[in-house]
Structures are given as C-alpha cells and as structure tokens.
Design a protein around this ligand. Structure first.
Ligand code: ZN
Length: 313
C-alpha cells in the first residue's frame, strides 16, 4: 500500500507477479510506479484494524485499476516493523500510538549542515523513534557546501549511527548505495532539502504522486502523511511530507535503554522506576568505574531527556 487518504488506499500491484520489493533490473530507468495502481477501501471484516503505508495487503473485487473502480483490502500481511509516533501533538500526554509506516527497515534522518542549522534534539527524537521501531537509522547530511559535517558527526559517533553526506556539492552515490534494495523512510524538517533528494532519487516522483492523486480523485495538493516511491535501482523510499513531529510519549525508558546494550548491566543497581537521568541512578558510579564509555551515558541521557521534550525546539 503506497498511500492513504480519507479511507481510500492506493495500492501498487507489482507487474509480472513479482513482489514489489524485489530488484527489477528489466525496468526502464525512472519508472517510479512500475506496477498497476489500484484504489481500495477497507473490507468490513478487517474491523478497526489499521492499514498504513508500507503494508502488504490482499485485495479482492475489481483490481483492474480502471478509473472509478474500487477494490477491497481483505487482509494485512504480518509486519516486519512499525514506525510509530504518539499523538502528543494533539494534547501533550495521551501516549496513544499512531502507526506511520509499516515494514520499513531504515529511517533516513535528513538534516542540513547549515541553513537551517542542525537540530540535534530533533535528530535525537527521530533516533528514539528508530530504536522503538527496531529499524536502522541513517543520518543524511545535506548542504555540505555551507558547513563541514565534523561537529555533527562527532556528536553521533558514540551512538554508532552511520551517516552519508549528500546533496548540493556532494554526489548521491553513498546514499544510493545505502538505499539499494531496502525500504527507507525519509524524515526531516522543511528546508533541509528532503524533497530535492527524493526528486533526485526518484526522477518522476512528482508524476507518480500526482498519478496517485488523479486515481484517487484528490487533486494535486493533497497532504498525505506518507507516500511510498519505488527506486529505479531497486528498493523503496517512503517520503513523509505530512509528518511534522515525532511524539514519543509511547516509548518507554526500557526501549531507549535497549539501544544501549553496553549500559544495561549498569542499571541493575538502579532504584525501581529509575529514569536514569540523575539522582540515585547507578549508571554514574558504574561508568565512573570504567565499565563503559562516558560519552555513551551522555548520549543515553540526552535521548531519554529529549524523549520528553517538545517537538519544536
Ligand atoms: Zn538509573
């Protein structure tokens, strides 16, 4: 399923019976939507079960994809991952999870090195979302012609987050290599060059999106939360133009800690319900005794604290 808008699910049926994710060397360069686009509604038997972009679904009914036809989604295949956010952009603390994208295996955090300046707290929050979804993060640094990446790279080195430099002044080769045959969600604030990247990676991304909108009858300027685009060389990218914030109220301390396996043992002596942020936390003494790299504890605490902060800092 590649896009959803007001109860209408746009699905792509891969041509020649192939699964959409498989590499297709025979495909002409730049064909973003190589299969048949079918619009579907949710079948009643699915009940309240949600369908999100990235889901693999079973369709019945009219799957011709002809204008004004509507198929039905009767089954959602088991998911390998689910990227979520809390709906705390609504009222702050309800902690209700909203699925964003299913079956992704990489979260590409697009950030400019300057203009606008990097926002480490925002990056931290996206990293926590990746931990929570159990998918690999990738820092994608744009506008290298405006500022060097050294400082930001050093900040994320203790976290072991891989990075690529891409965009103006830098070739896309490294990024393309990281994206090949994977399903990668692109997140990033406006002005960081995310749309430029997406358009460079999927040459007819705009045409693909307007085709989807034409089929659903929604017009050009529909704001979707996410849309999946097939990469010419194999793999998918899922753009998230409608995702402005990443609420993390649903993410537990344990989930964040799980991203730091080298520190977990040090929490054994912590008081029950320890936030690991200060007073009484056993990690200070444990790290001081040389059991782990102090920069790792600093990173853990930054992520834990950032999880509770507001999105727009
Ligand atoms: Zn603690």
């Amino acid at each position: 399923m590649v896009a959803v808008d007001r109860g209408r699910y746009t699905c792509l049926i891969a041509s020649s019976g192939e699964k959409g994710r498989r590499r297709r060397k025979d495909r002409p360069e730049g064909a973003a939507m190589s299969g048949r686009v079918v619009v579907a509604m949710k079948a009643r038997e699915l009940g309240r079960k949600g369908i999100v972009v990235g889901d693999r679904v079973a369709l019945v009914g009219d799957v011709s994809g002809a204008f004004d036809t509507l198929a039905r989604v009767v089954r959602v295949e088991p998911r390998t991952s689910m990227l979520r956010r809390s709906a705390d952009d609504v009222d702050g603390t309800d902690g209700i999870e909203r699925p964003v994208v299913a079956n992704a295996d990489q979260l590409v955090i697009v950030t400019a090195l300057a203009d606008p300046p990097p926002r480490p707290r925002m990056i931290d929050r996206m990293l926590v979302a990746a931990f929570d979804a159990d998918i690999d993060p990738l820092l994608c640094l744009t506008k290298p012609d405006l500022a060097p990446p050294d400082e930001l790279v050093a900040l994320y080195a203790p976290l072991g987050v891989p990075y690529v430099v891409a965009g103006k002044g830098g070739p896309l080769d490294d990024l393309k290599e990281r994206l090949a045959d994977r399903t990668s969600v692109f997140v990033g604030h406006s002005g960081v060059g995310k749309s430029t990247l997406v358009n460079a990676l999927v040459p007819d991304a705009n045409r693909a999106v307007s085709h989807v909108n034409a089929v659903t009858g929604r017009g050009r300027h529909t704001s979707t939360s996410a849309v999946a685009l097939e990469l010419p060389g194999g793999g998918w990218i899922i753009d998230t133009p409608g995702v402005r914030s990443f609420g993390l109220a649903h993410v537990s301390v344990e989930t964040v800690l799980a991203g730091f396996p080298d520190l977990v043992e040090g929490t054994v002596e912590c008081p029950k319900g320890c936030t690991h942020l200060g007073e009484g936390c056993a990690l200070d003494a444990w790290v001081a005794a040389g059991h782990a790299d102090p920069t790792r504890l600093v990173s853990l605490r930054r992520l834990l604290a950032g999880r509770e902060s507001a999105d727009d800092d």
